[in-house]
Design a protein around this ligand. Structure first.
Ligand SMILES: C=C(O[C@@H]1C=C(C(=O)O)C=C[C@H]1O)C(=O)O
Ligand SMILES: [Mg+2]
Length: 459
């Protein structure tokens, strides 16, 4: 017999009286990706996938028990947090019991009005899945969530149990499926000339002291021969990027996905963990060359400057939200498949009242993706980036009913819509930046998603 938990709580959200029904079972041996793929017919546009960097936690969501979204600037973090607290305040979980998860993301800049692939996408987009799979410590749990105004939901719930069993069965029999790499028809560097012009201009502005650092990004447009499926893409990024957070978030016909090495913030039992990741160099072709490049990065003044702005800002936020915190004096190297970064982990013990979404609100955007000073940098980005970043460079992640959770910075990412994918990459511009070097840095940063999608740049 599977271990099983069931509970119902009454809550009031936005003056609606709602009941939150939860039933969780432990299941044997189930591939999270196969579970995700089992939702291909019924739940397209309503799924998510998350795996942390350490690969100790995987979460999959199929269907939507509730969607929390808003377009409010200024209050968007607070609103999501408030609604989630209302939804979960009466839930008392047992220690071993898997929690209901709120998963989603915040766009990079709610003030950006550029048209494109992010049209109609809300500035904050979160969901609680109808069917939630959690794989943690080698155990796998599947929960049903039903959030409803109905008083008697027993018939509805019985249907959901049947559907859960169908999904689990389908996932078990599809276990061994592999997917082919997509076939790219064409690659287009959007506004390429304009990007060089932007980096040059922004460097001049910084030399004139209008700002200290500004991150400028650009995008690639890929066309495919055939339409791609979300499980096919998640499969590719799982094979490509073992040392990163992996994520996929669907809404209607858009899939946003990526493999990022960068943590924005993790909160566990009132401890907070963040990471300064900024400053980059490529990987070497041999171990010796790789080591030399790493040493070069560790002593390169332009990259150290890029990095230090991030450390100063994150340290400042931690000093406001923590009783105590630690910041190492010098960065170390974070080496991932295509690139090496300067990396400084930061951790602290939060004040009692501090929450993960408050930290997300204050940390986003760090100067790793925005700049210094923050507001000036955002204005410059709006003026000089001919695009809408959407969820790229924004916070993506989850929160549980206890307020624990983790958000990554959604870089090394792309949006897929039908037969087109849009890949995003940028870099920190400081006074001594050079357009060609920055351009080449973006090529390296495009590489993981490009490779996952079946493409490659020639060197
Ligand atoms: C902007 C990106 O990455 C950020 C910029 C970096 C840099 O300029 O050195 C390094 C890591 C990230 O914080 C991206 O990957 O698109
Ligand atoms: Mg850089």
């Amino acid at each position: 017999m599977h271990q099983k938990w069931s509970k119902t709580t009454e809550v009031e959200v936005a003056s609606n009286k709602l009941s939150f029904y939860i039933e969780t079972i432990e299941v044997n041996q189930l591939s999270p990706l196969a579970f995700y793929a089992a939702g291909e017919q019924q739940y397209r546009g309503e799924r998510f996938f998350w795996q942390n960097r350490e690969k100790t936690l995987t979460i999959v969501g199929l269907g939507q028990a509730i969607v929390l979204e808003n377009n409010k600037n200024g209050q968007r973090f607070y609103d999501i947090e408030h609604q989630w607290k209302e939804l979960t305040k009466n839930i008392v979980m047992e220690e071993q019991e898997p929690q209901p998860i709120l998963f989603g993301g915040f766009t990079f800049d709610p003030e950006n009005k550029e048209n494109g692939e992010w049209n109609d996408f809300p500035q904050s987009y979160f969901t609680v899945a109808t069917f939630q799979l959690i794989k943690q410590h080698e155990k796998t749990y599947v929960s049903i969530h039903l959030i409803t105004e109905q008083q008697d939901s027993s018939i509805h719930f019985e249907k959901l149990r049947e559907e859960r069993d169908r999904l689990i069965h389908a996932a078990q029999v599809k276990e061994l499926k592999t997917y082919e790499k997509p076939k790219i028809h064409s690659i287009h560097e959007r506004n390429k000339d304009y990007y060089f012009h932007a980096v040059e201009n922004v460097t001049h502005l910084i030399q004139k002291n209008e700002a200290d650092k500004v991150v400028i990004a650009r995008s690639l447009e890929l066309d495919f021969k055939d339409a791609l499926s979300s499980p096919q893409i998640i499969y590719q990024i799982m094979n490509e990027q073992p040392e990163s957070y992996l994520f996929g978030l669907e809404r209607k016909n858009l899939l946003f996905f990526g493999a990022t090495p960068e943590r924005l913030v993790k909160v566990k039992n009132q401890y907070a963990y963040s990471a300064c990741v900024a400053g980059s160099i490529k990987r070497g072709k041999t171990a010796e060359e790789d080591k030399l490049l790493g040493e070069q990065l560790l002593s390169d003044s332009k990259n150290l400057k890029e990095h230090q702005y991030v450390v100063d800002m994150i340290e400042n936020i931690f000093s406001k939200h923590c009783e105590e915190y630690k910041v190492p004096k010098r960065p170390k190297l974070l080496k991932i498949r295509d690139i090496q970064h300067l990396y400084t982990p930061v951790e602290g013990k939060l004040f009692n009242h501090a929450t993960i979404l408050q930290l997300v609100e204050h940390l986003h955007p760090t100067p790793a993706l925005g700049g210094v000073p923050r507001n000036k940098a955002m204005e410059i980005i709006r003026e000089f980036e001919k695009m809408n970043r959407g969820l790229y460079a924004g916070p993506i992640g989850w929160i549980d009913a206890d307020g624990n959770g983790e958000f990554a910075v959604a870089i090394r990412s792309a949006a897929l819509i039908d037969k087109k994918a849009y890949l995003y990459a940028g870099g920190g511009i400081v006074a001594d930046s050079n357009p060609m070097t920055e351009y080449e840095e973006t090529l390296v940063k495009f590489r993981p998603m490009l490779r996952a999608l079946g493409g490659q740049f020639n060197e």
